[in-house]
Design a protein around this ligand. Structure first.
Ligand SMILES: NC(=O)c1ccc[n+]([C@@H]2O[C@H](COP(=O)([O-])OP(=O)(O)OC[C@H]3O[C@@H](n4cnc5c(N)ncnc54)[C@H](OP(=O)(O)O)[C@@H]3O)[C@@H](O)[C@H]2O)c1
Length: 286
């Protein structure tokens, strides 16, 4: 019998690229799609008509990693955002499931309003942003696949060389003052932990909703101070409110944590606290 291959949609994205490396390291020979169709990938633009799209015959799991991730763009380009973030992934998932495969969808803590810490996976969604609402709609379509659909909600994922931290560090090293938000928080997880969770949940054939975040929130201002201290940089950190600089932001959650106990238990994961994730990211930048 032919061995099933994973299909990673949106292969040039941060999480997808790391996922592909992890799948390759396991000898799984993933297929990948990109918008450009660069060599070694299948061309797939989710804004195009996908009526004729059929999954490659040997696909096991389709990992739906392509998305319009800018909350601002989701508001201003709503039709396109709905297409890319909801309708297209739902269609691809359905086609793969009909062909005997599974769909793995990446979602976000923004399906919640962030009014309480660590909501459980089965808590009713209550998004306050267009992006979050679209993700919640897409989740429902994936979950309708039953045993063939898995949703992993992630909080902020921090990759080595995280651009925000890199730009802060560059400024601080030049003796400049940076103004990170004191009232905007994240519950970050490292990229490698996120990828371990994705691979592990898929290998375990899990269906339904799983969640992954740090167990606590950290403000962007606190993260910046940790970075400054670790780097012994001469610049200064002057915390600010997002309300001063970005008064038109749609919504900023008080809490970004997710109850991650189900996935952590199933996968035997120890999930580091926010400060440890930030400290590691800072170390990787030095
Ligand atoms: N990173 C996080 O902190 C985080 C947190 C929670 C959830 N998530 C979710 O995880 C998933 C991956 O996130 P990420 O941070 O890795 O995203 P990313 O780096 O922004 O990558 C998104 C990918 O989607 C592709 N894409 C955008 N529009 C497309 C279209 N019309 N057709 C085909 N591909 C298109 C982009 O293609 P191009 O490369 O051609 O632009 C890009 O490769 C997303 O669903 C996101 O919502 C991420």
């Amino acid at each position: 019998m032919q061995r099933k291959r994973p299909l990673v949609v949106g292969a040039d994205g941060t999480i997808a690229a790391a996922l592909i490396r992890a799948l390759e390291a396991r000898g799984q020979r993933p297929l990948a799609t990109t918008r450009s169709g660069r060599p070694g990938t299948l061309r797939l633009d989710l804004t195009e008509d996908l009526d004729a799209w059929t999954p490659p015959a040997d696909v096991g799991t389709v990992f739906l990693c392509a998305a319009l991730t800018s909350t601002a763009l989701c508001r201003t380009e709503l039709d396109m955002a709905r297409r890319v973030n909801v309708d297209a992934p739902a269609l691809l998932a359905r086609r793969v499931a009909d062909a005997g495969g599974r769909a793995f969808f990446l979602s976000t803590n923004l399906v919640f309003d962030g009014s309480v810490p660590a909501p459980a996976p089965d808590r009713p969604v209550c998004p306050r942003t267009v992006y979050g609402r679209l993700k919640a709609d897409a989740e429902a379509r994936i979950l309708a696949l039953g045993e063939s659909g898995c949703v992993l909600r992630l909080s902020k994922v921090i990759q080595p060389g995280f651009p925000l931290f890199a730009s802060w560090l560059a400024e601080l090293r030049r003796g400049k003052t940076i103004s990170p938000f004191a009232d905007m928080r994240m519950a970050p997880v490292s990229l490698d932990l996120a990828v371990r969770a994705i691979v592990g949940l898929d290998q375990g054939g899990r269906a339904g909703i799983r969640q992954l975040s740090a167990p606590d929130d950290i403000s962007y201002a606190r993260a910046a101070s940790l970075l400054r201290e670790a780097a012994h940089a001469p610049g200064r950190v002057r915390p600010e409110s997002w309300k001063t600089r970005l008064p038109d932001l749609e919504h900023v959650p008080d809490h970004t944590t997710l109850d991650s106990s189900l996935a952590a238990g199933e996968l035997g994961l120890t999930i580091p606290a926010s400060e440890a994730v930030v400290a590691r990211a800072v170390k990787e930048l030095q």
